[in-house]
Write a protein that binds this ligand. Structure first.
Ligand SMILES: C[S@@+](CC[C@H](N)C(=O)[O-])C[C@H]1O[C@@H](n2cnc3c(N)ncnc32)[C@H](O)[C@@H]1O
Length: 409
Protein backbone atom coordinates (compact mmCIF):
# COMPACT_ATOMS: atom_id res chain seq x y z
CA UNK A 1 0.00 0.00 0.00
CA UNK A 2 1.30 3.43 -0.87
CA UNK A 3 1.28 5.80 2.06
CA UNK A 4 4.45 7.63 2.99
CA UNK A 5 7.07 9.37 0.91
CA UNK A 6 10.80 9.77 1.32
CA UNK A 7 12.38 12.91 0.05
CA UNK A 8 15.91 14.05 -0.52
CA UNK A 9 17.17 15.35 2.82
CA UNK A 10 17.88 18.77 1.40
CA UNK A 11 14.64 19.41 -0.49
CA UNK A 12 11.55 18.55 1.53
CA UNK A 13 8.50 19.33 -0.57
CA UNK A 14 5.44 21.16 0.69
CA UNK A 15 3.15 18.66 2.35
CA UNK A 16 -0.49 18.24 3.11
CA UNK A 17 -2.19 15.38 4.92
CA UNK A 18 -3.37 14.10 1.54
CA UNK A 19 0.08 14.08 -0.04
CA UNK A 20 1.49 12.29 2.99
CA UNK A 21 -1.23 9.66 2.81
CA UNK A 22 -0.14 8.85 -0.78
CA UNK A 23 3.34 7.86 0.26
CA UNK A 24 4.82 4.36 0.51
CA UNK A 25 4.93 2.16 3.65
CA UNK A 26 7.75 2.99 6.04
CA UNK A 27 10.95 1.12 5.40
CA UNK A 28 12.01 -1.46 8.00
CA UNK A 29 15.62 -0.78 8.82
CA UNK A 30 17.35 -4.07 9.52
CA UNK A 31 20.39 -2.50 11.15
CA UNK A 32 18.13 -0.89 13.77
CA UNK A 33 16.06 -4.03 14.35
CA UNK A 34 18.35 -5.57 16.93
CA UNK A 35 17.43 -8.89 18.47
CA UNK A 36 17.86 -9.55 22.16
CA UNK A 37 20.93 -11.59 21.30
CA UNK A 38 22.35 -9.00 18.91
CA UNK A 39 21.97 -6.21 21.45
CA UNK A 40 21.77 -7.76 24.92
CA UNK A 41 20.54 -5.89 27.96
CA UNK A 42 24.11 -5.43 29.18
CA UNK A 43 24.83 -3.29 26.11
CA UNK A 44 21.54 -1.39 26.29
CA UNK A 45 22.24 -0.49 29.91
CA UNK A 46 25.97 0.11 29.59
CA UNK A 47 27.73 2.63 31.88
CA UNK A 48 25.38 5.22 33.40
CA UNK A 49 22.37 3.97 31.40
CA UNK A 50 22.04 1.27 34.08
CA UNK A 51 22.21 3.59 37.09
CA UNK A 52 18.50 3.25 37.79
CA UNK A 53 15.65 1.33 36.13
CA UNK A 54 13.25 3.37 34.01
CA UNK A 55 10.29 1.99 32.10
CA UNK A 56 9.99 3.50 28.60
CA UNK A 57 13.54 4.47 27.72
CA UNK A 58 14.94 3.98 24.27
CA UNK A 59 18.17 2.20 23.46
CA UNK A 60 21.32 4.36 23.38
CA UNK A 61 22.42 2.68 20.13
CA UNK A 62 19.40 4.21 18.39
CA UNK A 63 20.48 7.69 19.43
CA UNK A 64 24.04 6.90 18.25
CA UNK A 65 22.74 5.95 14.81
CA UNK A 66 21.01 9.31 14.27
CA UNK A 67 23.81 11.33 15.82
CA UNK A 68 26.23 9.69 13.42
CA UNK A 69 23.89 10.07 10.48
CA UNK A 70 23.02 13.74 10.93
CA UNK A 71 24.87 15.51 13.74
CA UNK A 72 28.56 14.78 13.11
CA UNK A 73 30.50 17.99 13.84
CA UNK A 74 27.33 19.95 14.69
CA UNK A 75 28.02 23.23 16.45
CA UNK A 76 24.44 23.43 17.64
CA UNK A 77 22.65 21.68 20.46
CA UNK A 78 20.59 18.51 20.27
CA UNK A 79 17.40 19.05 22.26
CA UNK A 80 15.29 16.37 23.95
CA UNK A 81 12.08 17.95 25.28
CA UNK A 82 11.05 14.62 26.91
CA UNK A 83 14.40 13.57 28.23
CA UNK A 84 13.23 10.85 30.65
CA UNK A 85 16.23 9.02 32.03
CA UNK A 86 18.70 11.08 29.98
CA UNK A 87 19.63 8.59 27.21
CA UNK A 88 19.87 11.32 24.55
CA UNK A 89 22.08 13.52 26.69
CA UNK A 90 24.55 10.79 27.63
CA UNK A 91 25.06 9.67 24.04
CA UNK A 92 25.15 13.21 22.63
CA UNK A 93 27.79 14.18 25.19
CA UNK A 94 29.94 11.16 24.30
CA UNK A 95 29.51 12.18 20.65
CA UNK A 96 30.92 15.60 21.56
CA UNK A 97 27.87 17.72 20.76
CA UNK A 98 26.03 20.12 23.09
CA UNK A 99 22.65 19.07 24.42
CA UNK A 100 19.63 20.21 26.39
CA UNK A 101 17.08 17.95 28.08
CA UNK A 102 13.71 18.89 29.58
CA UNK A 103 11.39 16.69 31.63
CA UNK A 104 8.35 17.45 33.74
CA UNK A 105 9.25 14.83 36.35
CA UNK A 106 11.64 16.04 39.03
CA UNK A 107 12.93 12.50 39.49
CA UNK A 108 13.75 12.15 35.78
CA UNK A 109 15.55 15.49 35.75
CA UNK A 110 17.53 14.41 38.82
CA UNK A 111 18.43 11.06 37.25
CA UNK A 112 19.54 12.74 34.01
CA UNK A 113 21.67 15.29 35.89
CA UNK A 114 23.37 12.54 37.89
CA UNK A 115 24.14 10.60 34.72
CA UNK A 116 25.71 13.45 32.79
CA UNK A 117 27.58 15.20 35.64
CA UNK A 118 31.34 15.46 35.84
CA UNK A 119 32.79 13.70 38.90
CA UNK A 120 35.98 13.56 40.88
CA UNK A 121 35.94 9.78 41.23
CA UNK A 122 38.15 9.80 44.29
CA UNK A 123 35.67 12.00 46.18
CA UNK A 124 32.67 10.08 44.88
CA UNK A 125 34.13 6.73 45.99
CA UNK A 126 34.93 8.11 49.45
CA UNK A 127 31.49 9.65 49.87
CA UNK A 128 29.64 6.52 48.78
CA UNK A 129 31.53 4.26 51.16
CA UNK A 130 31.21 6.84 53.97
CA UNK A 131 27.43 7.06 53.75
CA UNK A 132 27.02 3.28 53.43
CA UNK A 133 29.19 2.67 56.51
CA UNK A 134 27.42 5.38 58.53
CA UNK A 135 24.03 3.94 57.58
CA UNK A 136 25.08 0.45 58.65
CA UNK A 137 26.56 1.71 61.91
CA UNK A 138 23.48 3.67 62.82
CA UNK A 139 21.18 0.86 61.84
CA UNK A 140 23.01 -1.80 63.86
CA UNK A 141 23.52 0.40 66.87
CA UNK A 142 19.84 1.32 66.85
CA UNK A 143 19.01 -2.36 67.03
CA UNK A 144 21.91 -2.99 69.40
CA UNK A 145 22.82 -5.93 67.23
CA UNK A 146 19.46 -7.54 67.85
CA UNK A 147 17.17 -7.27 64.91
CA UNK A 148 14.25 -8.61 66.91
CA UNK A 149 14.37 -5.82 69.40
CA UNK A 150 14.82 -3.30 66.60
CA UNK A 151 11.71 -4.47 64.80
CA UNK A 152 9.61 -4.00 67.93
CA UNK A 153 6.99 -1.27 67.65
CA UNK A 154 8.83 0.86 70.15
CA UNK A 155 11.96 1.33 68.04
CA UNK A 156 10.19 1.48 64.71
CA UNK A 157 7.86 4.21 65.83
CA UNK A 158 10.91 6.30 66.66
CA UNK A 159 12.04 9.40 64.79
CA UNK A 160 12.90 8.04 61.33
CA UNK A 161 9.39 6.87 60.46
CA UNK A 162 7.73 9.94 61.91
CA UNK A 163 10.24 12.11 60.13
CA UNK A 164 8.90 10.99 56.76
CA UNK A 165 5.35 10.35 57.87
CA UNK A 166 4.37 8.73 54.61
CA UNK A 167 1.56 6.18 54.36
CA UNK A 168 3.10 4.96 51.13
CA UNK A 169 6.44 4.12 52.77
CA UNK A 170 4.76 2.42 55.71
CA UNK A 171 2.67 0.35 53.35
CA UNK A 172 5.38 -0.72 50.90
CA UNK A 173 8.30 -1.58 53.19
CA UNK A 174 8.97 -3.91 56.05
CA UNK A 175 10.26 -1.86 59.03
CA UNK A 176 13.76 -3.38 58.79
CA UNK A 177 13.95 -2.44 55.10
CA UNK A 178 12.61 1.06 55.62
CA UNK A 179 14.75 2.06 58.57
CA UNK A 180 18.16 2.00 56.74
CA UNK A 181 16.60 3.87 53.81
CA UNK A 182 15.46 6.63 56.15
CA UNK A 183 18.83 6.80 57.89
CA UNK A 184 20.62 7.02 54.52
CA UNK A 185 18.20 9.72 53.38
CA UNK A 186 18.83 11.82 56.49
CA UNK A 187 22.63 11.50 56.11
CA UNK A 188 22.77 12.67 52.47
CA UNK A 189 22.78 16.37 53.19
CA UNK A 190 26.25 17.94 53.09
CA UNK A 191 27.98 15.48 50.74
CA UNK A 192 29.44 16.96 47.54
CA UNK A 193 27.62 14.41 45.39
CA UNK A 194 24.26 14.59 47.17
CA UNK A 195 22.38 13.99 43.93
CA UNK A 196 24.28 10.81 43.04
CA UNK A 197 23.57 9.53 46.56
CA UNK A 198 19.87 10.28 46.07
CA UNK A 199 19.84 8.10 42.96
CA UNK A 200 21.66 5.31 44.78
CA UNK A 201 19.11 5.52 47.59
CA UNK A 202 16.21 5.48 45.12
CA UNK A 203 17.52 2.40 43.35
CA UNK A 204 17.84 0.51 46.64
CA UNK A 205 14.40 1.73 47.69
CA UNK A 206 12.89 0.41 44.45
CA UNK A 207 14.34 -3.05 45.01
CA UNK A 208 13.46 -3.18 48.71
CA UNK A 209 9.71 -2.65 48.26
CA UNK A 210 7.29 -5.41 49.19
CA UNK A 211 6.70 -5.97 45.50
CA UNK A 212 6.67 -9.23 43.55
CA UNK A 213 9.57 -9.65 41.14
CA UNK A 214 7.21 -9.69 38.18
CA UNK A 215 5.54 -6.38 39.04
CA UNK A 216 8.51 -4.15 39.86
CA UNK A 217 7.46 -1.40 37.45
CA UNK A 218 3.96 -0.98 38.80
CA UNK A 219 3.27 -3.24 41.81
CA UNK A 220 -0.41 -3.48 42.71
CA UNK A 221 -0.42 -4.57 46.35
CA UNK A 222 2.36 -5.19 48.88
CA UNK A 223 3.42 -8.85 49.07
CA UNK A 224 4.40 -9.94 52.57
CA UNK A 225 4.24 -13.74 52.21
CA UNK A 226 6.01 -16.23 49.91
CA UNK A 227 4.50 -16.28 46.43
CA UNK A 228 4.73 -18.09 43.11
CA UNK A 229 6.94 -15.88 40.94
CA UNK A 230 5.97 -15.79 37.25
CA UNK A 231 9.26 -14.17 36.36
CA UNK A 232 11.52 -16.79 37.96
CA UNK A 233 9.10 -19.72 37.71
CA UNK A 234 9.53 -20.70 41.37
CA UNK A 235 8.50 -19.69 44.88
CA UNK A 236 10.10 -16.37 45.89
CA UNK A 237 10.17 -14.52 49.20
CA UNK A 238 9.32 -10.87 49.62
CA UNK A 239 12.35 -8.83 50.50
CA UNK A 240 12.74 -7.80 54.13
CA UNK A 241 15.97 -5.80 53.98
CA UNK A 242 17.43 -2.85 52.12
CA UNK A 243 21.06 -2.84 53.31
CA UNK A 244 22.16 -5.58 50.87
CA UNK A 245 20.75 -3.50 48.00
CA UNK A 246 22.40 -0.33 49.26
CA UNK A 247 25.76 -2.12 49.52
CA UNK A 248 25.50 -3.80 46.11
CA UNK A 249 24.28 -0.72 44.23
CA UNK A 250 26.91 1.48 45.91
CA UNK A 251 29.68 -0.47 44.18
CA UNK A 252 27.79 -0.75 40.92
CA UNK A 253 26.98 2.97 40.76
CA UNK A 254 30.59 4.04 41.31
CA UNK A 255 31.71 1.59 38.62
CA UNK A 256 29.13 2.84 36.11
CA UNK A 257 29.86 6.51 36.74
CA UNK A 258 33.59 5.73 36.47
CA UNK A 259 33.04 4.09 33.08
CA UNK A 260 31.18 7.13 31.78
CA UNK A 261 33.82 9.55 33.06
CA UNK A 262 36.36 7.86 30.77
CA UNK A 263 34.32 8.68 27.66
CA UNK A 264 32.60 11.88 28.81
CA UNK A 265 33.46 14.97 26.75
CA UNK A 266 33.35 18.64 27.73
CA UNK A 267 30.44 19.34 25.38
CA UNK A 268 27.95 21.42 27.34
CA UNK A 269 24.90 19.58 28.64
CA UNK A 270 21.93 21.05 30.47
CA UNK A 271 18.89 19.50 32.16
CA UNK A 272 15.74 21.43 33.12
CA UNK A 273 12.73 20.23 35.05
CA UNK A 274 9.79 21.90 33.30
CA UNK A 275 6.65 21.38 31.29
CA UNK A 276 7.98 21.34 27.71
CA UNK A 277 4.80 23.07 26.51
CA UNK A 278 5.89 26.17 28.39
CA UNK A 279 9.66 25.92 28.40
CA UNK A 280 11.68 28.68 26.74
CA UNK A 281 14.01 26.79 24.39
CA UNK A 282 15.41 29.95 22.82
CA UNK A 283 18.42 30.15 25.17
CA UNK A 284 20.09 27.36 23.19
CA UNK A 285 21.23 27.47 19.59
CA UNK A 286 19.40 24.39 18.40
CA UNK A 287 20.62 22.05 15.65
CA UNK A 288 17.84 19.48 16.04
CA UNK A 289 15.84 17.19 18.24
CA UNK A 290 16.19 13.54 19.18
CA UNK A 291 13.36 12.35 21.40
CA UNK A 292 10.82 9.71 22.31
CA UNK A 293 7.66 11.48 23.49
CA UNK A 294 5.39 10.15 26.25
CA UNK A 295 2.92 7.53 25.01
CA UNK A 296 -0.78 8.26 24.95
CA UNK A 297 -2.56 6.94 28.07
CA UNK A 298 -0.02 4.22 28.77
CA UNK A 299 2.58 5.04 31.44
CA UNK A 300 2.26 7.11 34.58
CA UNK A 301 5.78 8.55 34.60
CA UNK A 302 5.56 9.91 38.14
CA UNK A 303 3.98 6.83 39.67
CA UNK A 304 6.71 4.48 38.43
CA UNK A 305 9.19 6.25 40.76
CA UNK A 306 6.76 6.99 43.58
CA UNK A 307 9.15 5.58 46.24
CA UNK A 308 11.68 8.27 45.28
CA UNK A 309 9.15 11.10 45.39
CA UNK A 310 8.07 9.97 48.88
CA UNK A 311 11.56 9.44 50.29
CA UNK A 312 13.22 12.51 48.80
CA UNK A 313 10.22 14.82 49.08
CA UNK A 314 10.23 15.67 45.36
CA UNK A 315 7.52 17.87 43.89
CA UNK A 316 4.71 15.99 42.13
CA UNK A 317 3.88 17.56 38.77
CA UNK A 318 2.01 14.58 37.36
CA UNK A 319 -0.92 16.83 36.43
CA UNK A 320 1.36 18.34 33.76
CA UNK A 321 2.24 15.02 32.09
CA UNK A 322 1.26 14.82 28.42
CA UNK A 323 -0.87 11.77 27.53
CA UNK A 324 -1.46 10.84 31.19
CA UNK A 325 -2.50 7.27 31.88
CA UNK A 326 -5.71 8.25 33.67
CA UNK A 327 -7.01 9.97 30.48
CA UNK A 328 -6.76 6.70 28.51
CA UNK A 329 -6.65 6.71 24.71
CA UNK A 330 -10.20 7.66 23.76
CA UNK A 331 -10.93 10.19 21.02
CA UNK A 332 -10.72 13.33 23.14
CA UNK A 333 -7.56 12.14 24.95
CA UNK A 334 -5.93 11.52 21.57
CA UNK A 335 -6.88 14.93 20.18
CA UNK A 336 -5.55 16.61 23.29
CA UNK A 337 -2.34 14.56 23.06
CA UNK A 338 -1.77 15.54 19.43
CA UNK A 339 -2.23 19.21 20.24
CA UNK A 340 0.17 19.02 23.18
CA UNK A 341 2.98 17.23 21.35
CA UNK A 342 2.56 19.54 18.34
CA UNK A 343 2.74 22.55 20.67
CA UNK A 344 6.11 21.39 22.06
CA UNK A 345 7.59 20.72 18.62
CA UNK A 346 6.33 24.03 17.25
CA UNK A 347 7.75 25.87 20.24
CA UNK A 348 11.18 24.45 19.45
CA UNK A 349 10.86 25.05 15.70
CA UNK A 350 9.78 28.66 16.33
CA UNK A 351 13.18 29.30 17.98
CA UNK A 352 14.78 28.71 14.57
CA UNK A 353 16.66 25.47 14.05
CA UNK A 354 20.15 25.60 12.53
CA UNK A 355 21.71 22.98 10.27
CA UNK A 356 21.50 19.98 10.29
CA UNK A 357 17.89 20.90 11.22
CA UNK A 358 16.70 17.36 11.88
CA UNK A 359 13.94 16.38 14.25
CA UNK A 360 14.06 12.67 15.06
CA UNK A 361 11.03 11.23 16.83
CA UNK A 362 11.02 7.63 18.01
CA UNK A 363 7.54 6.38 18.76
CA UNK A 364 5.33 3.31 18.75
CA UNK A 365 2.77 5.09 16.55
CA UNK A 366 0.02 2.48 16.68
CA UNK A 367 -2.70 5.14 16.58
CA UNK A 368 -1.05 6.81 13.55
CA UNK A 369 -0.91 10.24 15.14
CA UNK A 370 2.45 11.54 14.11
CA UNK A 371 1.83 12.61 10.52
CA UNK A 372 -0.96 14.82 11.84
CA UNK A 373 1.27 16.06 14.65
CA UNK A 374 4.01 16.95 12.17
CA UNK A 375 1.55 18.94 10.07
CA UNK A 376 0.07 20.66 13.13
CA UNK A 377 3.59 21.70 14.19
CA UNK A 378 4.40 22.97 10.69
CA UNK A 379 7.18 20.40 10.22
CA UNK A 380 8.06 18.58 7.02
CA UNK A 381 8.46 14.82 6.80
CA UNK A 382 11.76 13.72 5.29
CA UNK A 383 11.60 10.05 6.03
CA UNK A 384 9.73 7.52 8.07
CA UNK A 385 11.62 4.46 9.20
CA UNK A 386 10.44 1.44 11.12
CA UNK A 387 12.31 -0.95 13.33
CA UNK A 388 11.32 -4.27 14.77
CA UNK A 389 11.73 -4.53 18.51
CA UNK A 390 12.25 -8.14 19.51
CA UNK A 391 12.64 -8.21 23.23
CA UNK A 392 12.35 -11.14 25.59
CA UNK A 393 12.68 -10.51 29.31
CA UNK A 394 11.84 -13.32 31.74
CA UNK A 395 8.53 -14.81 30.69
CA UNK A 396 7.60 -11.65 28.80
CA UNK A 397 7.96 -11.59 25.07
CA UNK A 398 6.95 -8.25 23.67
CA UNK A 399 7.63 -7.90 19.99
CA UNK A 400 6.43 -4.72 18.38
CA UNK A 401 7.35 -2.11 15.79
CA UNK A 402 8.69 1.30 16.54
CA UNK A 403 8.52 4.16 14.05
CA UNK A 404 11.13 6.82 13.57
CA UNK A 405 10.03 10.08 11.98
CA UNK A 406 12.76 12.25 10.49
CA UNK A 407 11.37 15.76 10.17
CA UNK A 408 12.69 19.21 9.44
CA UNK A 409 11.35 22.68 10.19
C1 LIG B 1 9.06 7.98 26.63
S1 LIG B 1 9.69 8.92 27.95
C2 LIG B 1 11.28 9.41 27.39
C3 LIG B 1 12.32 8.36 27.63
C4 LIG B 1 13.71 8.76 27.19
N1 LIG B 1 13.85 8.77 25.74
C5 LIG B 1 14.73 7.80 27.80
O1 LIG B 1 15.44 7.11 27.04
O2 LIG B 1 14.80 7.72 29.01
C6 LIG B 1 8.74 10.38 27.89
C7 LIG B 1 9.07 11.40 28.97
O3 LIG B 1 8.25 12.56 28.76
C8 LIG B 1 8.05 13.17 30.02
N2 LIG B 1 6.94 14.13 29.93
C9 LIG B 1 5.60 13.90 29.95
N3 LIG B 1 4.92 15.05 29.87
C10 LIG B 1 5.84 16.04 29.79
C11 LIG B 1 5.77 17.47 29.68
N4 LIG B 1 4.60 18.11 29.68
N5 LIG B 1 6.94 18.17 29.60
C12 LIG B 1 8.13 17.54 29.62
N6 LIG B 1 8.26 16.21 29.76
C13 LIG B 1 7.13 15.45 29.82
C14 LIG B 1 7.81 12.00 30.97
O4 LIG B 1 8.06 12.37 32.31
C15 LIG B 1 8.80 10.97 30.42
O5 LIG B 1 9.98 11.00 31.16
Amino acid sequence: MLRYCYMADSQPMKQTRRSIMMLPEPRIVEELSWTERGLPQKERTRNVHGLHPYLGKYVPQLVDYFLDRYFRGSKYAVVDPFVGSGTTLVETNIFGVESLGVDVSEFNALLSRVKIAKYDLHILTKEVSSIVERTKREFYSASKGELDSYISEEVVSNEPLDHVNSDYLRKWYSPEALYPLLIFCRLIKGYVYEEALKILLSRAARSARLATHYELDFPKEPQSTDYYCHKHDRICHPTSASLPFITRYAKDSVRRIGEFQKIRTDAEVRVECADAREFNFSKSDIGGVITSPPYVGLINYHEQHRYAFELLGLEDRSSQEIGPKYRGNGKSAIEEYKGNIAQVLKRIADCGIHEPNKIIIVVNDKFELYTDIALMAGLKLIERLRRKVDRRTGRRSNNFYEDIFVLTS
